[in-house]
Design a protein around this ligand. Sequence first.
Ligand SMILES: Nc1ncnc2c1ncn2[C@@H]1O[C@H](COP(=O)(O)OP(=O)(O)OP(=O)(O)O)[C@@H](O)[C@H]1O
Ligand SMILES: [Mg+2]
Length: 219
Amino acid sequence: MEQTKSDQAYAPGMLLGTFITFEGCEGAGKTTQATLLRDYLLEKGKEVLLVREPGGTPVGELIRDILLNSEDVDIAPITEALLFAADRAQLVRDIVRPALQKGVTVIGDRYVDSSLAYQGVGRGCGLEPVKNLNDWATGSLEPHLTVFLDMSVKDSLARAKPGGLDRIEKEDLEFHENVRYAYSMLQRIFSYRYVVVDANGSPEAVHARVVSEVEKIIM
Ligand SMILES: Nc1ncnc2c1ncn2[C@@H]1O[C@H](COP(=O)(O)OP(=O)(O)OP(=O)(O)O)[C@@H](O)[C@H]1O
Ligand SMILES: [Mg+2]
């Protein structure tokens, strides 16, 4: 089937920029570290864009609201997987791919691996269908580097604010242990782009570890 010109998720073109994603369990410090890395690279004079998932586009913010704030609404695992992929399709088409084509360094606060871990394994949709769905949604856009922030589920959940948990964070410990196990599988499957960073210690200490990994690929 022919691809349409407006469907930029598939638009060919050299990707000059570097795409770095942060992954890890709830509260492991992804947002903290993604922000510190953005500031560090900006300081170095790089053009950098930080994108968060779900959200980051007008329709993505609407989808984010459904996904994270739908108390008492039954969302089937397959629906959840499709909503995350729909959000990601828009983000890649409108923001991520155009930035990479211009040579911007794009930092993703979560990306496809989160769906593989949470919907594929945690919710039981299966890795393969969720991978296929996301390949379609993103035109198979893969990060150059994925930083996995590694710490125990107990410690990472303890960092998340009590009383401030969203729908997915409120899942029981077993769900989060399954997600962490899924990430250990993803590290093996995608070993060519994964680095595992110890997420324990101060934000500054973790940031120094992140920078030493990032410098191996873009400095
Ligand atoms: N190294 C650290 N030591 C102590 N607290 C931290 C550290 N990094 C982040 N935090 C704090 O822990 C909480 C969770 O951090 P953050 O929001 O960065 O995690 P996250 O992985 O993005 O979580 P989520 O999966 O919920 O988006 C925040 O209150 C943050 O200020
Ligand atoms: Mg976060």
